[in-house]
Design a protein. Structure first.
Length: 231
């Protein structure tokens, strides 16, 4: 029996509960006015700061649709006028990391490699300081839950973009897996590994959150249409 046939017979043991999250921003003690100070702060700041300026601000960049995908890259360009470093920092793909320690190490190595090649950049003053921030996260339930593939599609279409970000991007570190909540549920509860893999391959850098939502919904809808699954 293939995955498509299983999807007709198998009922999930656990529903998919759509959640969202709100963040209360807090400025930490670390700040940087030069690349030298940024490098030192990157080594000493909290894991929450690294998370805030990479995974979490990716959500903001999805909405504004300009600039780089993390705050370190954006500051390197706009305040330090170092486009080469900015490009290298922007190329750090958060999808490759399931632990903040590994992500921090990659960012530190990227900055360190650049300043070793361009030592004069270490002390060049930035136009404005970089303030390291963290955010208190509050996970909130929504009124949507799915006990089937059609119900998942309904929820996907109706929840906020913040919910999509929570389940598709932030989930990686929460799960410590190279996946997202949607793919995990589809594979574990419905046995639909093929659609789970297809959703996991959606590019979060070339799509807005609404684009991510549409692509996930389209992949779910394609399975439903091909099997004439009715609600």
């Amino acid at each position: 029996m293939n995955n498509v046939e299983q999807s007709r017979l198998r009922q999930p043991d656990k529903p998919f509960y759509f959640n969202t999250s709100e963040h209360l921003l807090r400025i930490e003690r670390e700040r940087a006015t030069t690349l030298s100070e940024l490098l030192q702060a990157l080594k000493n700041c909290s894991d929450d700061s690294i998370f805030q300026h990479t995974f979490r601000t990716l959500q903001d960049h999805h909405f504004i649709r300009h600039g780089f995908s993390n705050d370190f890259a954006q500051w390197s360009l706009s305040a330090c006028h170092e486009p080469v470093l900015a490009e290298k920092l922007a190329s750090v793909d958060v999808r490759e990391f399931t632990a903040i320690a590994d992500l921090r190490r990659k960012i530190v190595d990227t900055v360190d490699t650049f300043v070793q090649k361009h030592p004069k950049s270490l002390s060049h003053p930035a136009n404005e300081p970089f303030y390291f921030c963290t955010a208190e996260i509050v996970v909130l339930p929504t009124r949507f839950a799915a006990n089937s593939l059609p119900e998942l599609l309904i929820g996907l279409r109706r929840v906020s973009a913040h919910s999509i970000h929570h389940h598709f991007i932030e989930a990686r570190l929460r799960l410590h897996r190279m996946t997202n909540d949607f793919s995990l549920w589809l594979e574990q509860e419905l046995g639909l590994s093929h659609i789970a893999d297809a959703i996991e391959r959606i590019d979060i850098y070339t799509n807005t959150l609404e684009g991510v939502r549409r692509q996930i919904a389209q992949k779910v809808e394609k399975v439903l249409d091909s099997n004439s699954v009715k609600q």
